[in-house]
Ligand binder design. Sequence first.
Ligand code: SAM
Ligand code: SF4
Length: 329
Amino acid sequence: MNHPPLIGDRFGRRFPYLRLSVTDVCNFRCSYCLPDGYQKAHNDEFITVAETGRLVKAFAGLGTWKIRLTGGEPTVRPDFVSLAETVSSTPGIRRVAFTTNGYKLPERARSYYASGLRAINISIDSLDPRRFHEITGHNRLFEVVEGVNAALNVGFESVKINTVLLKGLNDDELDGFLAFVESRPVSLRFIELMQTGDNLSYFRKHHIPAAVIRSKLAERGWALQERAEGAGPAVEYAHPAYAGRIGLIAPYAKDFCNSCNRLRVSSRGALHLCLFGSGGYDLRPLLQADDQIEELKDKILSLMQFKRSSHFLHEGDTGVRRHLASIGG
Ligand code: SAM
Ligand code: SF4
């Protein structure tokens, strides 16, 4: 099959990858994200399955081939499986991934796989049950780890663990995390804590650069892997004695945005050109009928001129993002 030319921006970057938030709602209360839990702010309906189908068809027509479903917690949607089926059955979409906190994953992994999902990112910020509870508000570490095992067993092609690196909360757990990937073929990525509108004092207290892990990995014999073409922002390390890999995602690192390959759509159908860009561009009026797809594609293409070269986080610009649950990390 011939693929349409890839959507690009003024800086020569290409965007094969769309992150689609399907809900703002979350059932966890991660201390850096939604410390007080999800608070309903408005009555808008989240993007429907039919709207999602049209959106993804338009992006596929612009060369997008990878979609990630995220949130909030995407799996709290009762129709999550049918959303995933709609996305994965769209012609041109070759990879459908999702990011989850692992809630009920042991019993649900099989149905997720059956819906066409092939890549899963599971968040685990601590392997100490007490700390996990403290960070997420839920005493569910055992269930989430069982969920990782279930995801591997049912055949997910890519299983990744997201670990937000938190000074004083989990930065002494490197060896435990390494042991976790010793026999599991998963990629565990340390994500540097990002400042949002809501977490400034938390950020000041717990932010630690991902670079601190780098020397510790080198001391333990982990080697930096060459970056694959079109790879995302993680730099990856491997070790011959380990089945899994370790990744570092350092959004404050110089040139981080040069490898940006993704666009985002919020759970209310707004296109966000950057995780931290202010505001979004409402696509919803163009998601209402099948005959709007060409107009929708034109609109997306015309908005690409507004994509900036960088997130400007170094300058303390958090955009309007109060927390990442509103758009997906
Ligand atoms: N609820 C799902 C989960 O937690 O995996 C998906 C949405 S969550 C917003 C996506 C990822 O963003 C998670 O791995 C989470 O740990 C990460 N995240 C949330 N807030 C963050 C922040 N301020 N800095 C860095 N990562 C963050
Ligand atoms: Fe929920 Fe994910 Fe935010 Fe945690 S990081 S509160 S699981 S959206």
